[in-house]
Design a protein around this ligand. Structure first.
Ligand code: FES
Length: 102
């Protein structure tokens, strides 16, 4: 399952994984700007990304807990997600996301 991370510095990191969350994949690939400070329990927002508009339907809307957390972060967009809440699945294979700096 492939995910392309576009960093705040304009770098492009193509990462590939088979399971876990998108946040874990980012950490494994040292994607700058994804810290995963809370360990993936939706309470730190250091894993905030904007999903590419065309790919958002594959990922879907955040749940209410994630929405509340997103409201506290900078730069929220209509395609914002906390990527620890996005499981790597075949459904999202090939998507692009942009890392948001906190
Ligand atoms: Fe903390 Fe995603 S890793 S909210």
């Amino acid at each position: 399952i492939k995910v392309t991370f576009n960093t705040a510095d304009g770098e492009q990191i193509v990462a590939e994984g088979t399971g876990g969350s998108m946040m874990e994949l980012a950490l494994e690939n040292n994607v700058p700007g994804i810290d995963g400070d809370c360990g993936g329990v939706c309470s730190c927002a250091t894993c905030h990304v904007h999903i590419a508009q065309d790919d958002f339907a594959k990922v879907g809307e955040p749940n209410d807990i994630e929405k509340d957390m997103l409201e506290l972060t900078n730069d929220v967009s209509g395609t914002s997600r906390l990527c620890c809440q996005v499981p790597l699945s075949e459904d999202i294979d090939g998507i692009s996301v942009t890392v948001v700096r906190d």
